[in-house]
Design a protein around this ligand. Structure first.
Ligand code: AVJ
Length: 342
């Protein structure tokens, strides 16, 4: 069973203008708004995915180390919840993480039979992951998909024959506001069957200094990661951003639990973007919001699961209790066609 690699037609960069048009439209809407904003999904071109990979190796960015410990410690427990029939192991926002390899190796070693479906918006990351799995576990059936979460979920909809285990790791869910997280989880619920499993990585609320350090590292990789979104606009949309005249700012809103990233204009400037067809004025110290990374309490996680139609099986954590992979079961008992919550 050879590893194969598929690109959803509308996301095939080389052969379609749709993706670039969508990017241009999102930039137009985001930068025309009185509070300027850019969507964090646009961080992840190949340069951005590589910078994120570097972030995961920073001493300050505890999230990846913590989740790796969770998965190493609890992989047998997770495997124990899986029925012994061939299943789909779907990973949303897979990137090219080695954390998943830990699970794959373990499941394979337990004799579990599964098809691995990593879904990510970065083509280069998906490519690397698919070939890494192909090399290490050649017997494992792998089907990479380059798509955003919602297109990935749509694709999932058409594969209902097997049990599914969906991985949504790394605190990717933190990028959603509460409303977006509910929308996303209900969408996912809709595409899954009663009894399917979902493993979601949540970063927990913790000491504020640790949070601020994790998103303002000393080497400036997070800053480069954030600024890369402007460089991407320059590269792909013919933007004329002077990167030097913006600075990264990461702050924490204790009330909402949101780590927030901004790019702040250091001077008054007009920036022309060719494919958007206009320029945008930035006042001195005017921010562009680029990312939320929400932090959770266990009680927040429980509320979220209850609101979206899932039953929590177990919260799996590590020695410092900084991060949780929460294992949920899709609950669709009596009225299978009713949507959960409101
Ligand atoms: C990949 C979304 C989980 O929010 O912590 C890292 C991205 N941003 N440093 C996060 C990120 C700044 C990361 N996620």
């Amino acid at each position: 069973m050879a590893a194969d690699f598929k690109i959803l037609a509308e996301h095939d960069y080389a052969n379609s203008f749709t993706e670039r048009d969508g990017f241009a439209l999102d930039v137009l809407v985001g930068l025309s708004s009185p509070r300027k904003t850019l969507k964090s999904k646009y961080f992840y071109d190949s340069r951005g995915s590589e910078l994120f990979q570097q972030i995961t190796q920073l001493p300050e960015y505890y999230l990846t180390t913590a989740e790796r410990e969770v998965l190493l410690t609890h992989r047998s427990r997770i495997a124990g919840y899986i029925e012994r029939a061939a299943f789909n192991l779907i990973e949303l926002g897979a990137g090219f993480s080695d954390k998943t390899m830990t699970l794959l190796r373990h499941f394979h070693g337990c004799g579990l039979e599964f098809q691995f479906v990593p879904i990510d918006i970065s083509e280069s990351a998906t490519h690397q992951l698919v070939s890494a799995v192909g090399k290490e576990l050649p017997e494992c059936e792998v089907h990479g998909l380059v798509a955003d979460y919602f297109d990935g979920i749509k694709w999932l909809n058409n594969r209902h024959r097997r049990r599914n285990l969906v991985l949504f790791l790394g605190s990717s869910i933190g990028n959603f506001t509460h409303g977006e997280a509910c929308f996303f989880l209900r969408n996912l619920w809709n595409s899954l069957n009663h009894g399917d499993l979902v493993l979601i990585g949540f970063d927990l609320k913790k000491d504020i200094d640790l949070l601020l350090k994790a998103y303002n590292d000393r080497q400036g990789i997070t800053s480069a990661f954030n600024l890369n979104i402007l460089e991407r606009i320059n590269r792909e949309l013919g933007g004329q951003f002077d990167i030097e005249s913006f600075r990264h700012f990461g702050t924490y809103d204790v009330f909402s639990g949101g780590m927030e990233s901004y790019l702040v204009s250091l001077r008054r400037q007009d920036v022309f973007i060719e494919l958007v067809g206009r320029s945008f004025t930035f006042e001195p110290w005017e921010p562009i919001h680029t990312e939320y990374s929400y932090k959770y309490l266990l009680s927040d996680i429980e509320t979220l699961a209850a609101e979206t139609g899932y039953e929590i099986i177990e919260h799996l954590s590590e020695s410092r209790q900084w991060f949780v992979d929460s294992l949920w079961k899709v609950k669709k008992a009596a009225l299978p066609h009713d949507p959960p919550g409101k």
